[in-house]
Design a binder for this molecule. Structure first.
Ligand code: ARG
Length: 560
């Protein structure tokens, strides 16, 4: 039984009918200071019901004997604080972690239901942006966290490979493109062409019409347009794949926007069949309430839009995966778009649209402004990652020149730094891009957590740790704090899931690492009579650090 339940039952027995077991459990808190005990029950609400002072109630509750699980109960400041029986709690927890290993803190509340993730989703013929990095790492982490909570997941990379911009690009290529150059350096050259198109269109607006015409041709399967598009797409996917390999992320599907080209007509028909479509200034729209603009379904020239594809994709995914929930991990600047899409689906009678959640995140800014390919304000992600890896290699070589598989470790550390830097703050915050910050290996960083885990590995090796629990465990003041942090891991995972917030995990890992490093500085782990039990504690911490890093998409090196 978990400690909170045991405490709630104890209170329920003493209190009788005043509050239900659930109410009691919900009121129980964790005291801020460890000397205040392990769990606390605030008596203020009860004081109102019973018309007594909170202190009086707390004192009453503190009298008599406490159950086995606990050592003592104390009244203080209107709270009843209980202290766990440290010996029982420690033995129970460490046994559990060593037995369960990486499965410690697994939950079953997901019940095998499916969550579909829409993540990463870069646009072809453009560099992989910092925003797409955010979507990739936040999305992958949330998917891993969901799996740990008992859900099945489907990771969909909804590649941006359809839309007017590809008409513009084809048009630009046919006017100014050189095949050799594009073959040599596709993304860079195509981006240049795209930027040039916009510059020239400022003086010559007819270019925009030409671009739209080329997209229309593409939608109508024109061979020349299609051939160029296929080429641009293949080259882009190859470039993206390099980044996915570096980050070690995988997807279950790459069905991007173009996948829905031949499926959108059905959606439009369905909308028309239910009389939801209106013509406005030649375009087809669906109204979705007075508080937000209508959703655009087709342009004047009959071309489909971003929203048309997302509507079609949502219906397709519901039919294909029978999802319980769908998470769209996309920057917060697209909130209106997802609200419109959901409302259109609801107007179609698809109540399940309530289970679609836009999971928004903040922008990466450069000098306070949004990065923009069109305006040439971008930083190449691949460059950033490669720099991180090189710097990691330099650092490691300095400290540990003999290290085996140095390049592999450097990759794990460099990539770990980049991912952790992204996931350590609340996802909704905008962040100013800083290569220096991303490449930091000390302080509150991924490499610091990785280093803590490998440091423990060294201790376990030196102490010949055999994975078994010692028969006797004596409880030391210094280790109790660590035990109580280890005990929080299951609730931390659950909270990260409910808040859709990987930073809950990263903050927890920093806390656990700090506490371990304090412990390490104060306690002699090896060559002491207590070595066996201290190693058990270390091993448990390592299991949790590794698993926590895995949930963030970060590997733990064997050594560093
Ligand atoms: N490709 C889009 C962009 O870069 C993101 C796609 C997000 N997913 C979606 N289902 N709309 O802005």
């Amino acid at each position: 039984m978990n400690d909170k339940k045991a405490f709630a039952l104890y209170l329920k027995n003493k209190l009788g009918d005043g509050l239900s077991l659930d109410q009691i459990e919900n009121l129980i808190e964790k005291p801020r200071q460890i000397h205040q005990g392990d769990l606390a029950f605030p008596c203020f609400q009860l004081a109102k019901i019973l018309k007594k002072s909170p202190n009086e109630i707390a004192n009453q509750l503190a009298s008599g004997t406490v159950p086995d699980h606990f050592e003592k109960a104390e009244a203080a400041g209107g709270y009843l604080n209980v202290f766990l029986n440290k010996k029982i709690a420690t033995l129970e927890l460490l046994t559990k972690i060593l037995n369960d290993k990486e499965k410690y803190a697994n939950h079953i509340f997901g019940n095998g239901k499916t969550i579909v993730f829409d993540l990463s989703s870069p646009n072809i013929a453009k560099p992989f942006s910092m925003g797409h990095l955010r979507s990739t790492v936040i999305g992958s982490s949330l998917a891993s966290i969901s799996e740990k909570c008992g859900y099945k997941t489907v990771r969909i990379n909804y590649i941006g490979d359809w839309g007017t911009q590809f008409g513009k690009l084809i048009c630009a290529y046919l006017k100014w493109g050189e095949e050799d150059k594009v073959r040599g350096n596709p993304i860079e050259e195509l981006t240049k062409l795209y930027v040039r198109f916009h510059e020239e269109a400022e003086n010559d607006p007819s270019l925009n019409d030409e671009g739209r015409m080329w997209f229309k041709k593409l939608e109508d399967h024109d061979p020349q347009a299609t051939e160029l598009w296929v080429w641009f797409k293949d080259a882009s996917l190859k470039a993206f794949q390099k980044i996915y390999e570096l980050l070690d992320v995988q997807f279950d599907s790459y069905n991007g926007e173009s996948f829905y080209n031949d499926k959108m007509e059905e959606t439009v028909k369905e909308l028309q069949g239910k009389n939801l479509v209106e013509t406005s200034e030649g375009a087809q729209i669906v109204r979705v309430g007075d508080d937000i603009p209508p959703c655009l379904i087709k342009k004047k020239d009959g071309a489909t839009l971003y929203a048309t594809r997302d509507l079609t994709a949502a219906i397709y995914r519901k039919n294909t995966y029978a999802f319980d929930q769908a998470f769209y991990v996309v920057g917060h600047e697209q909130s209106l778009h997802f609200e419109q899409v959901k409302r259109v689906l609801k107007r179609l009678g698809h109540g399940w649209a309530d289970n679609m959640h836009h999971v928004p995140f903040g922008l990466i800014l450069q000098d306070g402004k949004k990065m923009s390919t069109r305006k040439g304000r971008t930083v190449l992600l691949e460059t950033v990652i490669m720099e991180a890896i090189d710097l990691a290699e330099l650092n490691i070589r300095e400290k540990n020149p003999e290290l085996e598989e140095l390049r592999t470790v450097a990759r794990q550390v460099g990539v770990g730094a980049v991912i952790f830097h992204d996931l350590k703050n609340e996802k909704g915050n905008d962040v100013e891009f800083s290569l220096d910050q991303m490449l930091k290996f000390e302080g509150d960083t991924g490499p610091y957590v990785q280093y803590t885990a490998t440091r423990i590995q060294t201790l376990l090796n030196k102490g010949n740790f055999n994975g078994k629990l010692p028969h006797e465990i004596s409880i030391e003041e210094e280790s109790w704090e660590l035990i109580s942090v280890l005990n929080e891991f299951p609730a931390t995972v659950e909270q990260a899931f409910h808040r859709k917030e990987p930073s809950v995990i990263s903050k927890y890992l920093l806390k656990l690492s700090h506490k371990f490093n304090q412990y390490y500085a104060n306690v002699k782990i090896l060559n002491s009579p207590e070595t066996p039990e201290r190693l058990v504690l270390c091993a448990s911490i390592q299991i949790v650090l590794k698993e926590g890093l895995r949930l963030l998409g970060i590997q733990t090196p064997k050594q560093m």
